[in-house]
Design a binder for this molecule. Sequence first.
Ligand SMILES: [Zn+2]
Length: 461
Amino acid sequence: MKIQFCGAAKTVTGSCHYLENNKHKILIDCGMFQGFNDKEKNLLDFPFNPAEIEYVILTHAHIDHCGRLPLLLKRGFRGKIISTAATRDLTRILLADSAKVQKEDFERCERKGRQDCTPKMLYTEEEAEDVMYLFETYPYGTNVRLGEGLEIRMRDAGHILGSAIVEIWMENDHNRVRKIVFSGDLGQPGARIIKDPDFVREADYVIVESTYGNRLHKSKDETLMEFLSIIKEAQRSNGNLIVPTFAVERAQELLYELNLFVENKIVENLEVYFDSPLGSKATEIFRRYTELYDVDARRLLESGDEVFDFSGLNFIADFHDSKRLSAKNGIMIIAGSGMCTGGRVLYHLANNVGDANSHILFTGYQVKGTLGRAIVDGAPEVRINGKRYDVNIQVHTLGGFSAHSDQADLEYWLRGFGHYPKKVFTVHGDEEVIDLWSEYIRKNLMLETYVPELNEIVELD
Ligand SMILES: [Zn+2]
């Protein structure tokens, strides 16, 4: 039996792991590489034959975990995609959006008459939709027998709605069953809407994410206090507050917190524009899966509160209405994309980035090579849609909203394994973070760790 790390090896994007024994060939995730330096990797052939893959087990709907599925299909995959129902629904809107963004980028590049237009289009919206026919969905906690000597079970990963930890029982070359656990992306315990990550008690091998493997988040209370003070500071300066946001989970969490601020009169005269058509679609899906909410969110819902709505909140659908926001001052604009790599936030950023009275608030991880990362890292000037802008806007980051476990949470999750796994593979993190996190596990949890290279094959006995 062997595993090949076909993405998210010493980087945070492109999650894709290939598992093979003498009977089965499966994938866990098939995500897109993102970030300036990694994007070209999406164009390369897969290091396996897509036609031979029987199943893709999808941990969650983020594009860096599902974004190469249409490519897999175009290159011969005819198997099944296994996920939770919420992951399937979110994957549909995120893949369609990804295809749309690729098309817009490509057309913009071609209009400029360039010959080397990158990113090239990986797939169209129709090709993204074709993927949806291959889904087979199961609830958390259900043992699913996929074939002889191959069984899986998904557990709540608490990262985004529908996200899963995947347990896999697979026979090795000597017909002995081995258990391999993929953490997927693990959420932060105490997240507001969805439940906390489940613990898994036993495994032979664990593949664990590393995004914040060297950092601790601020507490939720501290984060909310900071969020509040940024909102009030922006209100005082009468500038705009731009919040680039991921359309799924983060956007709904922000609405949830703002709803509580407004309903409890902690903030007054708040004018919020939710300028993310994708975020609005995701919010609809959140409304559909209330059984996945944690106890607080359900209680709020049962009290009759509309958890994603409050007075002063405006959902913007029309593109022209989005542009009209440039005439306003003292407003909060929540728009995608979360790392400022595209979407409506670029227009708002172009209007506000040079204004010292305006504020920008990052609530999520910014991948190296993205515009968001450049601003967080203090770039004095940036390019937006090909034009140069000075950066005078006041920059804030709030790590405590992260949808990822921090080092302490990850350690707590790993300690949940009663039987020590033989080996822990660390993936899904910036290179220097992965090394530190791997070292930390070795020293503090006394577990054998390994940091795989991209496309490296490791035998599992
Ligand atoms: Zn994720």
